[in-house]
Design a protein around this ligand. Structure first.
Ligand code: GCO
Length: 479
């Protein structure tokens, strides 16, 4: 095939499309006890026996804190247009509120200026799950005070980094903070109580509102502000009305209880009704909250990995003929509370997380959200965990990851052709890192990290991504 043909078969992106990669503080920084950083709920959670696979912790992680210059050069080498990272609240305001730790802020000042020097736009997430323990001791996200403290902390970061930051993301995946952290117990702080998850959910949105207001008052029109949600492409297992209704409830929990308050200033009535049955009389919503939560944003970030297929619980085991497998949710579980079962496609291609690979889910989600929200979209995370290893020549040939990224970028491009205002894409992740409750067992990086030594090796996907960025589009054939 000639070069010209290869380019013809490729997929171009509009000029100015932002190509990035993402990480999060606790997953990469390490230096957990250094320069005045206090503990976060994840430091504490990791120390509770049985919470994290192999007892792994973020104490050292990728040692990004000490390898900052090397990592900045690595990003420049990839040609990244933007880098999405998060600020560790316990580094900057160790007690959660009040005293500011200059040494902690200094790390982010160096990071942001190092990015600018290399022509990379810093995209800051203010909260990627590492809540200072001092605030958890006062109730964490169950306490409205945490939302106020988040506003104060945001003001500190904005005051310090304001001019250099390109985009601000208030929260990363508040669904995980509230529902994995307080209902399912698999993320810090590890509680299992639906009523608590509801309270946490609302307080996280109040925190988002406090941060938006702090950024606007601190930085005015200069600040580009958004939030990142892990919205779901939720599909009913069949067109049976019970499956459709179950999928609607799961859509309510993953999507509408965020999109409606943020963009329409109300909670969806069917969800209010369902959730009120879990904890009658719970009152955390105050007058004025929804107005503040729906303050205008400049963009919405979407994290997408895999779509979900849902049935009514009693139909979970009846779907095998349709190529689906599932089981009835256990009494008292999150699925049971939503009267829904999550099904899986028999024989589907999967990543090392066990997640189904189906890029049409991304297209579907972008088209739906693009219609519903009045702001530009960014894919702030997308990627795959693979069984990566360095072969005897030292290379990491992660062709599955390349296929995953390529097919999802094609799906994103199709959504743009259908009219979606998608402005950029961030691969998750720049480098292998601490994958929460799964510790270091799952590798998502474009860059391989050898944990015992900290050594970085560009995977084949990194070279592929560099080429994509360079040509502002995808080559004709994956790889
Ligand atoms: C999340 C987070 C990331 C994860 C990634 C892979 O979605 O859970 O934003 O921190 O590491 O999504 O699971």
């Amino acid at each position: 095939m000639s070069d010209a043909q290869a380019i013809d078969d490729g997929v171009g992106f509009p000029e100015g499309f932002l190509w990035g990669a993402a990480t999060a503080s606790y997953q990469v920084e390490g230096a957990a006890g250094e320069d005045g950083r206090s503990e976060s709920i994840w430091d504490r959670f990791c120390r509770e026996p049985g919470r994290v696979l192999h007892g792994d912790t973020g104490d050292v992680a990728c040692d990004h804190y000490h390898r900052l210059e090397e990592d900045l050069d690595l990003m420049a080498g990839l040609g990244l247009g933007a880098y999405r990272f998060s600020v560790a609240w316990p580094r900057v305001v160790p007690e959660g509120r009040g005293r500011v730790n200059a040494a902690g802020l200094d790390f982010y000042r160096r990071l942001v200026s190092g990015l600018r020097e290399r022509g990379i736009v810093p995209v800051v997430t203010l909260y990627h799950w590492d809540l200072p323990v001092a605030l958890d001791d006062e109730g964490g996200w169950l306490s409205r005070g945490t939302a106020d403290a988040f506003g104060e902390y945001t003001r500190v970061v904005a005051g310090e980094l304001g001019d250099a930051v390109g985009k601000w993301i208030t929260l990363n995946e508040p669904w995980c903070s509230a529902w994995l952290g307080y209902a399912m117990g698999v993320h810090a702080p590890g509680h299992e109580d639906l009523g608590e998850a509801l309270a946490a959910h609302h307080h996280l949105l109040v925190a988002h509102a406090s941060a938006v207001s702090a950024l606007r008052s601190e930085l005015g029109e200069r600040a580009e502000v958004g939030i990142t949600l892990n919205l779901g492409a939720i599909r009913p297992a069949s067109d049976h009305p019970d499956d459709v209704a179950a999928a609607r409830r799961v859509d309510g929990n993953h999507n509408r209880i965020f999109l409606d308050p943020l963009f329409a200033g109300r909670y969806p009535e069917d969800m209010v009704e369902l959730m009120a049955s879990w904890r009658p009389g719970l009152t955390v919503v105050r007058d004025g909250d929804l107005e503040a939560i729906s303050a205008p944003l400049d963009f919405l970030g979407i994290n997408f990995y895999s779509p979900a297929t849902v049935s009514a619980p009693e139909r979970a085991t009846a779907s095998v003929d349709a190529g689906l497998i599932g089981s009835t949710p256990e009494a008292g579980s999150f699925g049971a509370a939503h009267r829904a079962a999550t099904l899986s496609r028999i024989g589907a291609k999967r990543t090392a997380m066990g997640w189904e690979v189906d890029p049409s889910g991304l297209e579907e989600l972008l088209v739906r959200v693009g219609r519903e929200v009045p702001v530009p979209l960014y894919v702030t995370e997308n990627g795959a965990a693979c069984e990566d290893y360095r072969d005897p020549s030292g290379a990491v040939r992660d062709t599955e990851r390349i296929e995953y990224l390529d097919s999802h970028l094609r799906a994103a491009r199709r959504a743009m052709d259908a009219g979606v205002d998608l402005r950029g894409y961030f691969a998750w992740s720049l480098m292998d890192n601490f994958e929460w409750a799964l510790g270091y067992s799952k590798r998502f990086g474009l860059v391989f990290v050898d944990y015992p030594t900290g050594e970085r090796t560009l995977k084949q996907s990194a070279a592929w991504y560099r080429e994509v960025i360079g040509r502002n589009g995808l080559p004709g054939a994956a790889g």
